[in-house]
Write a protein that binds this ligand. Structure first.
Ligand code: ZN
Length: 314
């Protein structure tokens, strides 16, 4: 998004954070009392959502342990270009996905505490996988845990880590990492944490009804496509003008007739998205455009308009 684009957004209607008066004129924004959940209900929801996260992280730990034991392949160890812990990112993400499911079902808002919880559980999954391997390992028929502590096991596993390139032949022996194994282990822990952080980011991105404390989960959207960015620019300016006049349904109708109906999609897109609270008439209309040429990306908007007007998307 360019600086100029951002200025345009607020020129047509004002920022929602600018107060009820400035927004009510054009965009139908109104101040609504926020329904505050009771602390006991919050606590119960916290526990249920945490339970969902615990279930998926446990499932990832057991699945990873099983694959390592049966197939000699631990997905969380997969690295791209020796530096990007793609497997750990993926496993951390899946481990934390239970939080997303629980939070969406119970309309639980992502808080700083939830973020800490998610990242913690994602990291813990990394150690849980190692602990499962440790608790089942046997040496000469003896249980490994009777011969060494978990901490000593982690040190031994980390310093004896070896990696093999996917391009190398089956005859090539893997590279022993030695002390460098600590760097790889650190990258894996960071990967697990970032995977969990990604789940938190997904929750934060879903708009929320302040009045009912529910996600705006009823969603409709339409995307108009062109091959020429100038056509996108013109369409965006036209819709911004209509929205600025407070004619939200007219903007939706105008957008419905925009775009080329070619067989192949264009590189310039303009999307109208309408989200609604499942419990009340609160809606959010979003207009956002995007153009890509080579590696250059240009964004238009997003423009978000809260409204209670009963809009239809044709
Ligand atoms: Zn609502």
């Amino acid at each position: 998004m360019t600086k100029g684009d951002r200025k345009n957004i607020w020129d047509v209607g004002g920022s929602p954070s600018g107060g009820a008066k400035s927004c009510a004129g054009n965009f139908g924004w109104s101040v609504q009392p926020r329904r505050v959940k009771s602390s006991s209900r919050n606590l119960i929801e916290d526990l249920i959502v945490s339970g969902c996260g615990f279930l998926t992280s446990t499932a990832v730990a057991y699945a990873s342990h099983f694959m390592s034991k049966e197939w000699d392949f631990a997905p969380y160890t997969w690295m791209v270009n020796w530096i990007l812990p793609a497997g750990a990112l993926f496993c951390g993400f899946v481990a934390a996905i239970g939080y997303w499911i629980g939070a969406r079902i119970y309309h639980h808002r992502p808080s700083k505490m939830l973020l800490a919880n998610i990242v913690l559980i994602s990291c813990t999954t990394f150690f849980a996988i190692h602990h499962l391997d440790y608790s089942e390992a046997r040496v000469n028929g003896m249980r490994l845990q009777d011969r060494m502590s978990f901490t000593d096991y982690l040190v031994a596993v980390t310093e004896s880590m070896s990696y093999k390139s996917s391009r190398s032949s089956s005859d090539d022996s893997p590279t022993e990492l030695g002390k460098l194994g600590w760097g790889v282990a650190l990258l894996q822990i960071v990967g697990f944490s970032l995977g969990g952080f990604g789940v938190y980011g997904m929750l934060v991105a879903v708009p929320y009804c302040e009045r009912c404390s529910k996600y705006l989960s009823e969603k409709q959207s339409r995307t108009a496509k062109w091959k020429d960015v100038e056509l996108l620019r013109e369409a965006f300016a036209k819709l911004v003008q209509i929205l600025g006049e407070g004619r939200l349904q007219d903007a939706l109708d105008a957008h419905a007739g925009m775009g080329n109906r070619g067989r192949f999609g264009g590189v310039a897109t303009l999307t109208m998205e309408l989200r609604k609270c499942p419990a009340c008439e609160n809606r959010r209309l979003r207009l956002v455009g995007h153009h890509q040429k080579g590696n250059k990306h240009t964004s238009f908007g997003p423009i978000d308009i809260p409204t209670e007007e009963p809009l239809r998307m044709s």
